[in-house]
Design a protein around this ligand. Structure first.
Ligand code: SF4
Ligand code: SF4
Length: 193
């Protein structure tokens, strides 16, 4: 009996696993990944699980062990990580699952395997210093006594300029998502020195 398209979509062919994937991830900042014993403590704290994403810290590590590179790159889950670092705080093996996800993002940027939500988030990060920023929230903030803009790059032009200069020197600029080089901040900060 032939499988349905939905079943085919969920099938992962391990014989096509990328044997160099693990080494690639280790070299990109997740050198301690082999310490993982798949205990799932990190998953128990991860907002991605509650949000229903296919891949979250433990499963991303497992997929890397299996060499399922393309499957991970085709899935948007790594871009939904909230950088909360709860996973790092609870890991009994003292590894940093969050850093594994950052290493995965570096692979995705290299290959321009970015979903729309990631590209929009990166553009927003460049424009205001927040990957997610609601400019319409200013009135609501003011109504409860808060400044319309938070005390961050959103209200600090100099800090934003410095952030843009840093971002302009990353691979994100090479991809054309943000302006290459960023603004000139010579004399205002240590970027580029
Ligand atoms: S808590 Fe640590 S050891 Fe356990 S699955 Fe997560 S990363 Fe692996
Ligand atoms: S840092 Fe990312 S992977 Fe870790 S618990 Fe938070 S959302 Fe999940």
């Amino acid at each position: 009996m032939s499988s349905t398209p939905e079943e085919e979509r969920k099938t992962i062919n391990l014989s096509t696993g990328d044997s160099g994937f693990l080494s690639e991830i280790k070299a990109l900042g997740a050198g301690d990944i082999l310490e993982c014993i798949q205990c799932a403590k990190c998953a128990a704290t991860c907002p991605l699980v509650l949000a229903g994403f296919n891949f979250f810290n433990k499963r991303i590590i497992q997929a890397i062990f299996l060499g399922t590179r393309e499957t991970l790159l085709d899935d948007p889950s790594i871009w939904a990580c909230q950088s909360c670092n709860r996973c790092t705080e609870v890991c009994p093996r003292k590894l940093k699952p969050f850093e594994v996800i950052m290493a995965m993002r570096r692979v995705a940027v290299r290959e321009f395997a970015l979903p729309t939500m990631a590209i929009e988030g990166i553009k927003s990060l460049y424009d205001v210093g927040h990957a997610v920023y609601l400019s319409q929230a200013g009135r609501s903030r003011a109504s409860v006594g808060l400044p319309e803009r938070p005390y961050s790059t959103a209200s600090n032009p100099r800090a934003l300029k410095e952030l843009q200069a840093l971002l302009g020197k990353t691979a994100l600029a090479d991809l054309g998502i943000i302006p290459m080089g960023g603004p000139d901040v010579s004399g205002t900060c240590e970027v580029g020195q």
